[in-house]
Design a protein around this ligand. Structure first.
Ligand SMILES: NC(=O)c1ccc[n+]([C@@H]2O[C@H](COP(=O)([O-])OP(=O)(O)OC[C@H]3O[C@@H](n4cnc5c(N)ncnc54)[C@H](OP(=O)(O)O)[C@@H]3O)[C@@H](O)[C@H]2O)c1
Length: 258
């Protein structure tokens, strides 16, 4: 229609700037793998612990695979030391490891959840921040969760950790207000990935039950699409927080099942 605004192309777009290099953590499965694939037109470095899966992905998308355990200071130092430049950091590594009520809290599980989602994210972000600032147009993106905004029963180890990620993103944005680095948080609701729920409930039937009757939960590519969209805005546009859910999940507790 004459005079109507033009819509951005729906296909893959380049990140702003030339020769940008993106790091994606937790890229051996799920949202991280889909994000690395989506950003593959740029120089992508993928990190995770399972090198077999990572190497296979890197070979298929033309990325560089490096071992990374965000809970291990030596691993993070070696990972950071192997990078030439970093313009984009996608902090995606994370997970949930129980669905216990607080009355039955397993403190080891709480510690593990906090280690990977919060401390691991801080550790790597801290290590790469000088490079992200030096880039002149850096991006730190946190894959949070709606669990970082709303609590639910049986979710406290994870919701506490993801609330931590949310606060981390907000604080870093304030601290970097005079630096050329955007701080973005993407908070997905229900995403059906291969491993996330299985790691949490450790039983295939229980994992299946989480999605039972939900016609179309989000898939990893939907979240990767949101991440790519946020990263491809002009660099003066900071998407602070993007909440994305499947249509069937109107709110954390209100899921339409057929
Ligand atoms: N699925 C959902 O419903 C959902 C919703 C909202 C938010 N999220 C968040 O989205 C992110 C990705 O979730 P997903 O569904 O894609 O889960 P996933 O398939 O279980 O992927 C998690 C990734 O994190 C990596 N990882 C775990 N521990 C790590 C460590 N110590 N160091 C480095 N990498 C580590 C895993 O790789 P290795 O095991 O090879 O290290 C894996 O690649 C997580 O932060 C999750 O909390 C998920």
């Amino acid at each position: 229609m004459p005079g109507s605004p033009t819509h951005p192309a729906s296909g893959p777009r380049e990140l702003p700037g030339t020769g940008r290099s993106a790091v994606v953590t937790g890229a051996s499965s799920g949202i991280g793998a889909a994000t690395a694939t989506r950003l593959a037109a740029e120089g992508v470095v993928v990190g995770a612990r399972r090198m077999d899966r990572l190497t296979e992905l890197a070979a298929s998308i033309g990325a560089r695979a490096l071992p990374l355990d965000v809970t291990d200071a030596d691993s993070v130092a070696a990972f950071a030391g192997a990078l030439d430049r970093v313009d984009v950091l996608v902090n995606n590594a994370g997970g949930a490891f129980d669905a216990d009520p607080v009355a039955e809290a397993d403190l080891d599980s709480w510690a593990r959840t906090y280690e990977v989602n919060v401390l691991g994210t801080v550790r790597l972000t801290k290590a790469l921040l000088p490079a992200l600032i030096a880039s002149g147009a850096g991006d730190v993106l946190f894959v949070g969760s709606t669990a970082g905004l709303v609590s639910y029963e049986g979710g406290a180890s994870y919701t506490a950790a993801k609330h931590g990620v949310h606060t981390l993103a907000e604080t870093l944005r304030l601290e970097l207000f005079d630096q050329p680095v955007r701080v973005v948080e993407i908070a997905p609701g229900m995403v059906r990935t291969e491993e996330f729920t299985l790691n949490r409930v450790r039983d295939r039937d229980r994992a299946e039950a989480v999605y039972r009757g939900v016609r179309a939960p989000l898939v990893a590519e939907d979240v990767a699409d949101c991440i790519a969209w946020a990263l491809t805005r002009p660099h003066h546009v900071n998407i602070d927080l993007l909440v994305v859910r499947p249509r069937a999940q109107a709110a954390q507790h209100k899921v339409h099942r057929e």
